[in-house]
Design a protein around this ligand. Structure first.
Ligand code: ATP
Ligand code: MG
Length: 426
């Protein structure tokens, strides 16, 4: 026997049984983003490698260890996108979108990072991200957070909290970095190898360390917010005032930094305790330097990206999954019933928008067709045998809920199914 293939490690199929939850998530996200005037943009999965290395920064995990990079047949170095922002900035500049700034854009789709696969961490994963270009904030930063909170609320996810920090501007970060390095160097013995290497190359990333000894050290370490100058502090205070007015709760987390180099001022994460170690479902912040770094004018920018796998896992845990929406399975015995049944199904699809019907494929005894109806997950069986065809009726049998079988005239069936759908939605 020929061996069958398996998907690549860390890259998963999203199976039909889970798709309703994905679709519910995607449709809520799309609706809420539209409510705030965000426009969708779709960029290629592949970009020149520099698009990412320049934007994300060399001394980051993503660029150093996680990118899928290869030379194509022309010898150009290309990479699968590890995140969405760099490509969106490239596209916005290439297509002159920023002249209409402020421009609110969003994207969705798969991202690729060669990390160690574990719960909540895969090599292909999906993000939805939102970006605002050409607005200095902090009003738009607050709007991004209001939008996030609205999405969680619409999904029925109550147990999500917001953590907030400010990274100030580049100079303030330099001053802070020096003081952090001085402090950490005094305690170098307590640092693991990874943190020591970060201390040399990207010390702020130490704040991110999950190692208990390092975390203990960090409790006493200097805090970024103590290094903010007047303008940065005003920006951060402004954001906090907006959040207070909007009634958005948060906690300040002085250790919150983002993995990507281009962040400044407000950075944030939406976190849940229900998913274990991989509890960040959405992360973002301001990245005023990035557009200029990518060759554009110094447009200010701010945004976030949410991880859809983690959100789906949370939705499943909380029990706010999507609706499996197959409504009816049409069981037809005999050639005439088959023809009439398919015609009836077509009429119902015309007349009852949102009604999802599957017609039994091929032939089969009543018994085997009912088995398939049951396996299909449909709520109802629509049954046509010779008697029904003779009287121009269809029998409706409830497969999941209690209810007496009923018989409907063909020309009254549409009205009954419309009512049934409405009752179900209520
Ligand atoms: P982490 O600290 O968990 O590695 P990150 O800082 O690398 O996260 P971002 O680049 O900010 O993550 O991506 C935003 C969101 O995308 C994350 O908060 C998470 O929900 C999701 N995400 C990132 N990497 C992965 C992955 N490998 N698998 C699944 N989801 C991911
Ligand atoms: Mg990461």
């Amino acid at each position: 026997m020929t061996q069958t293939y398996r998907s690549i490690r860390g890259m998963h199929d999203i199976l039909p049984g889970d798709i309703a939850t994905w679709q519910r998530l995607e449709s809520v996200v799309r609706d809420v983003l539209a409510q705030y005037g965000f426009r969708e943009i779709r960029t290629p999965l592949l970009e020149r490698t520099e698009v990412f290395t320049r934007a994300i920064g060399q001394a980051t995990d993503v660029v150093e260890k996680e990118m899928y990079t290869f030379d194509d047949r022309n010898g150009d170095s290309l990479s699968l996108r590890p995140e969405g922002t760099a490509g969106v900035v490239r596209a916005a500049l290439q297509n002159g979108l920023l002249y209409a700034a402020p421009e609110r854009l969003w994207y969705r789709g798969p991202m690729f990072r060669h990390e160690r696969p574990q719960k909540g961490r895969t090599r292909q994963f999906h993000q939805v991200g939102a970006e605002v270009f050409g607005a200095e904030g902090p009003d738009v930063d607050a709007e991004l957070l209001a939008m996030g909170e609205r999405i969680w609320a619409r999904l029925g996810l109550d147990d999500v909290r917001l953590e907030l920090n400010s990274l100030g501007n580049a100079e303030e970060r330099v001053a802070y970095r020096e003081s952090l390095v001085t402090y950490m160097a005094r305690h170098e013995d307590a640092l693991d190898e990874d943190s020591r290497s970060r201390l040399q190359r990207n010390p702020l990333r130490i704040l991110d360390s999950k190692i208990p000894e390092v975390q203990a050290l960090l409790a006493e370490a200097p805090k970024m917010t103590d290094f903010l100058g007047e303008a940065s502090r005003a920006h951060f205070d402004g954001l906090r005032e907006h959040l207070a007015r909007l009634g958005i709760a948060y906690t300040l987390n002085p250790r919150l930094v983002r993995g990507l180099d281009y962040y400044c001022h407000a950075v944030f994460e939406w976190v849940t305790d229900d998913l274990g170690a991989q509890g960040t479902i959405c992360a973002g912040g301001r990245y005023d330097g990035l557009v200029e770094l990518q060759g554009g004018k110094p447009w200010p920018a701010t945004g976030f990206a949410m991880g859809l796998e983690r959100l789906v896992a949370l939705m499943e845990l909380v029990g706010v999954t999507g609706d499996e929406s197959l409504h009816g399975y049409v069981v037809m015995a005999g050639e005439r019933a088959k023809a009439e049944g398919m015609a009836l199904a077509e009429r119902l699809r015309d007349q009852v928008p949102g009604l999802n019907l599957v017609c039994n494929a091929g032939q089969g005894s009543f018994k085997s067709q009912f088995k398939r109806a049951d396996r299909s997950g449909a709520a109802l069986a629509l049954v046509l045998g010779e008697d029904e065809v003779g009287s121009r009726t269809v029998a409706v049998k409830f497969l999941r809920e209690d209810g007496e079988q009923i018989t409907l005239d063909w020309d009254r069936a549409a009205a009954w199914f419309s009512d049934w759908l409405e009752r179900r939605a209520a």
